[in-house]
Design a binder for this molecule. Sequence first.
Ligand code: MN3
Length: 342
Amino acid sequence: MKNKKSVVIATIVILLAGMVNRLPAQGYPFELPKLPYGYNALEPVIDAQTMEIHYAKHHANYVKNLNNALKGTEIEKIPLEGLLLYAGEYGDPIRNNAGGHYNHSLYWNTLGLNSPFDAQNAVGKAVMATFGTPDSLKKLLNKAGATRFGSGWAWLYVTPEKKLAVCSSPNQDNPIMDVSPERGIPILAIDVWEHAYYLKYQNKRGDYLSAVTGAINWEAVNKNYTDALANPLLKRIEKDGWTELNDFHDIISQTFHPSEEGNLKPVRERSGELLSKAKALKGGRFPASFNTPEIKKTIDDLVKGAASVNQMVIKKAGDKTITKKLDEVHNLYHAILALCEH
Ligand code: MN3
């Protein structure tokens, strides 16, 4: 029985590995990824002792604590990126440890002394187009890392609009997470926790930042960039950032689901709000990927449906009539979600 379960999980992990195709494409139980170089490989930028403690103690602890937090729970089978995506809902142990595992994996992958910036590869061209020079990017990363109060990370990431951007985040948060004000897929990670530099640089975070942003494995970042552009996660983040759609989701679920149980009170009280949220969706800003004729047409139908529900409520129509129309509106909402997945 136990073996059968392992086979099922292994199959899921393999499927996810094919789908996600970047960095530690893992599922529970998570494992510490192999460090891609020796502890002394980044001397003198990062000393061997810092590297060893950071990898073998700090990162290993995040992996261990993540597995402990997941063990026996119903979210055990969710892949790492899925845990990050809804980290705010899964709670602090998942947020901190899934973040810690992902962020450190990307950090090891980001660093290297033998792969300089190349203005001709995909990320090189994007850096030149976005920031002008690699030095301008380096300055932005240094500033993001230096101004992050307390512990955290500086990032180069790909936005849902497929642009490059720089930001920082506190603790073990990152831009994939629903809790992050800046959303996207990180492709370059700089750890600014004291444990990343204190033994060698003590309190001089700026000196560490200047050194470490000069020790980037640009070939790896280039691969991260092209993988991020092709990663379906980017579209998911874009959809999650569609405020008007989220607002509509709230009102439709709070009116439709009670009606399924025969409770029409919420829809009778809030049909005006249902209509105004549908109109706000139609009149609001469409995320670039979802600005399609099919989605626009479905949202038009959604507004018409919500207007009908509102009219029926005003005219004090019977429960059955209203329930049938509200069911149509609910189906249209799900049709929009399905179109967003394609
Ligand atoms: Mn760290």
